[in-house]
Write a protein that binds this ligand. Structure first.
Ligand SMILES: Cc1cc2nc3c(=O)[nH]c(=O)nc-3n(C[C@H](O)[C@H](O)[C@H](O)COP(=O)(O)O)c2cc1C
Length: 211
């Protein structure tokens, strides 16, 4: 039996740049003892991004999680984006949180419109209607007024807008450092703080003046 504090998390990967963010999130969630089950949905363009940015190509969707994390992904089940009748399409199926990482402006618009015409949009819609945590890791630049209005709309409906914007105050040395800090901040949003996350503890004023 799954302990009550073990979470079920949905990860949506849409066609925005930043496939490495999805990869890092999946790695951390697979390794996290507080997570019992992960449902992974990748949109058609999301698959294209995985091929383009990570050279991950497969016709067997079941292999995708293991290809992404580089080892056996025991907790992750891939669900076809066309299957709006999948388990997570119903509010009666217990899900704790959903992250769309990266989240394209297209998927954002579909969630904002509530059209639920594919599984990623329907699962997000279910999170909103059930009052569950939904984190959208939106990425584009610059944002148009339509993008910003869609963000406001979903935020007002309960979603967390977590733009894929890296931080630099933790003095990252590598792209991995940038990615890890961002993804850790995303996981905090669904109640899964990570030990490796840098936490700002204030700055000694005299040192700040020296630089
Ligand atoms: C290589 C590539 C990179 C893209 N990057 C972005 C992006 O960063 N942000 C975005 O909103 N759309 C981006 N797009 C466009 C979306 O993928 C496109 O609008 C698509 O219809 C979104 O569909 P989806 O949300 O179902 O994945 C990109 C497309 C490609 C092929």
């Amino acid at each position: 039996m799954v302990p009550a504090d073990h979470k079920t998390v949905v990860i949506g990967v849409s066609g925005a740049s930043g496939a490495v963010l999805a990869q890092a999130a999946l790695r951390l969630l697979e390794a996290d003892v507080r997570v019992a089950k992960i449902h992974l949905i990748v949109t058609e363009t999301g698959m294209r991004l995985l091929a383009h940015e990570l050279s991950i190509v497969t016709s067997d969707a079941k292999q995708l999680p293991s290809l992404l994390i580089g080892r056996r992904a025991a907790k992750t089940e891939v669900l076809p984006n066309k299957d709006v009748g999948a388990s997570i399409a119903s509010g009666s199926y217990p899900v704790d949180a959903m992250i769309v990482i990266p989240c394209s402006m297209g998927t954002l618009a579909t969630v904002a419109a509530g059209t639920s015409d594919d599984l990623i949009a329907r699962a997000a819609d279910v999170c909103l209607k059930e009052g569950r945590r939904l984190v959208l890791c939106v990425r584009d630049t610059p944002f148009s007024r339509i993008h910003l209005e869609n963000m406001l709309r979903v935020q007002q409906a309960g979603a967390v807008i977590m733009p894929a914007i890296p931080s630099f105050y933790h003095q990252p040395k590598t792209i991995d450092d940038l990615v890890a800090q961002y993804v850790c901040r995303v996981l905090v949003q669904i109640g899964l703080p990570q030990d490796e996350m840098y936490r700002w503890e204030g700055q000694v004023k005299s040192k700040a003046r020296e630089v």
